[in-house]
Write a protein that binds this ligand. Structure first.
Ligand code: ASP
Ligand code: MG
Length: 417
């Protein structure tokens, strides 16, 4: 017997038929003798609709009431799934965040989970053989007693947190894809599903825009060592052997991965913009004068490259921001031109960031050098480079994104045979 958390996203509970399908997946695990807590999202599109309604009434809506509204989507699916389970003779009940409770911070709209009381869930397993169906995405700020939500995509985080709280053997994330791929399969036909990926690698992938799971949920899984299995809810429930290994990707500690490859995945993003500040003063305080105001304006700066000055007086500084913030970033820098002291600003929005990820890079030299050579052979110019322990990122002209990603995917041996 195992203790499992099963999480179903919006497309997996999109209508009554899909909810019946979910009930069959749950029943399969219960019949196999497992203890099951289910975490559900709102039906797909529902949260967007609720968010829209709030904004329609007032663009400056009260965040506490926003949470009261958007938390309702998950309440509906939790109740419906409990009914669906009861109709197939599975003992089940729904739980809302405040009923357990799932205690969170006071940051309405993007609250952090502080602690979860899993006692009632475990008691339900042991005393009544009962499946707990938990509304994802929501919690309660216990001091004020107000409902909170965890930020968009937050039910992944609910699921991982509950898995940690009840010491589940695994947290299964059922979604509309059957796992995590070496890169976007829509761009590279030869992309492969990974059997396993380490927490740190997945964290990089998710931060770089792979939309499989909320970034925070992976941080949490890493901290609490929760094994997360990404799998498809579109596989037929009756075709799955609850004791076998279904198709999917296990996100786990690196020590569980025997044959670690040097490079495990390639991510890319075209929503980048480059800003170069020319002939900026080379003296203490300049970086603070540039990045301070950008941070105050909530502009996320990513790659930063600064040259060592040749004349001892001025240098060039290049960095990237999300394309959506490009104009704002320019305005901020123009306003603080006299404090910073520079010649001019050059910029480009037709750039893309391609990132190569793998914990094997910690112990292998020359991984990035191979990429530079391969891209040069294809005539792709690299505008900026940043590296960290387990990844490096290259800024290139966006027209070459697909070619670059395909080239690197083959270079590092990731192509499907
Ligand atoms: N329903 C919420 C959203 O759409 C939470 C989730 O699905 O994870 O963001
Ligand atoms: Mg989601």
């Amino acid at each position: 017997m195992a203790r499992l958390v099963m999480k179903f996203g919006g497309t997996s509970v999109a209508d009554i038929d899909r909810i019946r399908n979910v009930a069959q997946h749950v029943k399969r695990e219960v019949d196999a003798g497992h203890q099951v807590a289910v975490v559900v999202s709102a039906m797909s599109g529902k949260t967007n609709e609720l968010v829209r309604w709030c904004a329609e009434l007032s663009p400056l809506y009260d965040p506490q009431e926003y949470d009261a509204v958007v938390a309702s989507g998950e309440q509906v699916t939790a109740g419906l799934l409990a009914i669906a389970l009861q109709t197939v003779e599975v003992t089940a009940r729904s739980w809302q965040g405040w009923q357990l409770p799932i205690g969170t911070s006071n940051a309405h709209g993007s609250a952090r989970i502080l602690d979860i009381n899993g006692d009632e869930i475990v008691k339900g397993f042991e005393d009544r053989g009962e499946v707990a169906v938990i509304a994802g995405f929501q919690g309660i700020h216990t001091e004020t007693g107000r409902l909170t939500t965890l930020g968009r995509g937050g039910s992944d985080t609910s699921a991982v947190a509950i898995a940690a709280a009840i010491k589940a053997d695994r947290c299964d994330i059922y979604t509309d894809v059957d796992g995590v791929y070496t890169t976007d399969p829509r761009v590279v036909g030869k992309a492969q599903r990974m059997d396993k990926i380490a927490f740190e690698e997945m964290l990089e992938l998710a931060s770089l825009g792979a939309k499989v799971m909320q970034v925070r949920s992976i941080e949490l899984a890493m901290v609490h060592n929760v094994r997360v299995f990404v799998r498809s809810s579109f596989d037929k429930p009756e075709d799955i052997d609850p004791h076998g290994t279904p198709p999917g990707t296990l996100i786990c500690d690196e020590t569980e991965i025997m044959e670690q490859q040097v490079v495990t995945g390639i991510a890319f993003s075209k929503d980048e913009a480059q800003i170069s500040i020319r002939r900026v003063q080379d003296k203490p305080g300049v970086a603070a004068a540039i990045f301070g105001p950008l941070a105050e304006s909530n502009i996320n700066v990513d790659m930063i490259v600064q040259n060592v000055s040749a004349d001892g007086a001025t240098t060039d500084l290049t960095f990237t921001v999300p394309a959506a913030d490009y104009q704002r970033a320019n305005d901020v820098l123009t306003k603080s031109k006299s404090q910073i002291g520079y010649d001019r600003i050059d910029g480009a929005t037709d750039v893309a960031k391609v990132s190569v990820i793998g914990i094997g890079m910690r112990s292998h030299a020359g991984v990035a050098a191979q990429a530079f050579k391969a891209l040069a052979e294809r005539g792709i110019n690299i505008r900026a480079i940043t590296t960290s322990e387990i990844k490096f990122s290259l800024l290139i002209e966006s027209a070459y994104t697909e070619l670059a990603v395909r080239t690197l995917h083959s270079l590092y041996g990731l192509d499907k045979a």
